[in-house]
Design a binder for this molecule. Structure first.
Ligand SMILES: Cc1ncc(COP(=O)(O)O)c(C=O)c1O
Length: 369
């Protein structure tokens, strides 16, 4: 048995131990085939079987309506920033889209999309480049003739999460759910397209889950769209146009089975509520020793950034070092914002969060002179 390490990484992130153990037990011989999943042809019946089970399980877990396709693509979340624009900007004549920029990742998506069409910001960027909230919908400027409206449901770096689904009055809604998919119920019917890089709440890096409404497959693509970046082509080929990341898809499938066995998304949602409440309570009850920069209504339940004494670097480094000595790793904030960040995706248990909170309280008592 390896030592217990609590991995609070933002991604690639902790995977359920049970999933890793199952993968280990099947590594040399998948389902009696005598070979590893890694060695299976993507055209074999065994692989198509596991791919189709993974698709069916995503549909069950997220209650995906029949008029949506599930794709497993490559290139990470960042390739989706281009793929969305290349495939969907042509839905209306103006080739324009509206972007809600609430953090680091939606800003990147906005910058990428500008290469392919007219991209409007629904509200201005914050003057100090600090993302701590979602401006009220009444202040948004949405163009009814836009081809789509884009947003990021959970900003992994900044810790800003939407607690509502934007109202677009019929304009297709596109969402980056890389860091909160499968953490809470989602009404998929409200979306045109959802994507998520797997390496946080779904599986290993190297595969991106895409859920797309079928009618959007017929939007005229940008003429420079690489063949590999066509959603329609990928949908027509059940994500098997070229060699997909077979092992990564297999692990995603194991995660889906695991989540179903635990009670599905409702159960995850309840656990994530309790986990995030415990962690924010530790921050808020510290008399300003720990501080969360994010407006409470938009605090992420998945990525919890915080500062110590308003950004005391020496004390924050001490915290990180002592945490590591207690086998709590990857708590350093993103290099662009500094501080501490605890990512508490589905694979982090309530007990793991309790241990982190106990460590924080001890650190507070020892350093609050
Ligand atoms: C919300 C979000 N979107 C997109 C990305 C980019 O993903 P990738 O590194 O897979 O390109 C990340 C990466 O952390 C992310 O957190």
């Amino acid at each position: 048995m390896s030592k217990q390490v609590l991995n609070f990484a933002a991604g690639p992130a902790a995977l359920p131990r049970e999933v890793l153990a199952k993968a280990q037990s099947e590594l040399l011989d998948y389902a009696g085939s005598g070979i590893s999943v890694m060695e299976l042809s993507h055209r074999s019946k065994e692989f198509e079987g596991l791919l189709n089970r993974a698709i069916a399980d995503v549909k069950t877990l997220l209650n995906v309506p029949d008029n949506y396709k599930i794709l497993f693509l490559q290139g990470g979340g960042s390739t989706q920033f281009a793929q969305v624009a290349l495939n969907l900007l042509g839905a209306k004549e103006g080739n324009s889209a509206d972007y809600l920029v609430t953090g680091t990742w939606s800003l990147k998506a906005y910058e990428e999309a500008k290469r392919y069409g007219t991209i409007n910001l629904a509200f201005p960027l914050p003057a100090n480049k600090k993302y701590v909230t979602v401006p009220p919908q009444s202040e948004w400027k949405l163009n009814p003739a836009a081809s789509y409206v884009y947003y990021c449901a959970n900003e992994t770096v900044d810790g800003v999460e939407f607690d509502f689904v934007p109202e677009t009055n019929g304009v297709p809604l596109v969402c980056d759910m890389s860091s909160n998919i499968l953490s809470r119920p989602v009404d998929v019917a409200k979306y045109g397209l959802i994507f998520a890089g797997a390496q946080k709440n779904v599986g290993p890096s190297g595969v991106t889950l895409v859920i797309i409404r079928s009618d959007l497959l017929d939007v005229k693509q940008h003429p420079a769209t690489p063949i590999m970046l066509g959603y329609k082509l990928m949908a027509e080929n059940n994500s098997l146009y070229n060699t997909p990341p077979t092992f990564a898809i297999y692990i995603c499938g194991l995660v889906f089975e695991h989540l179903k066995a635990l009670g599905g998304i409702a159960e995850m949602n309840a656990r994530n509520d309790r986990k995030s409440q415990a962690l924010y309570a530790a921050i808020d009850n510290s008399n300003g020793f720990f501080t969360s920069p994010v407006v409470p209504a938009y605090r992420s339940r998945m990525n919890v950034p915080f500062r110590i004494r308003g950004g005391d670097d020496a004390l924050e480094n001490k915290f990180l070092k002592e945490a590591e000595a207690q086998n709590m790793i990857q708590l350093k904030g993103h290099r662009s914002v500094g501080g501490i960040r605890a990512s508490i995706y589905n694979a982090i248990s309530e007990d793991n969060v309790t241990q982190l909170v106990a460590f924080m309280n001890k650190f507070l008592a020892a350093n609050n002179a």
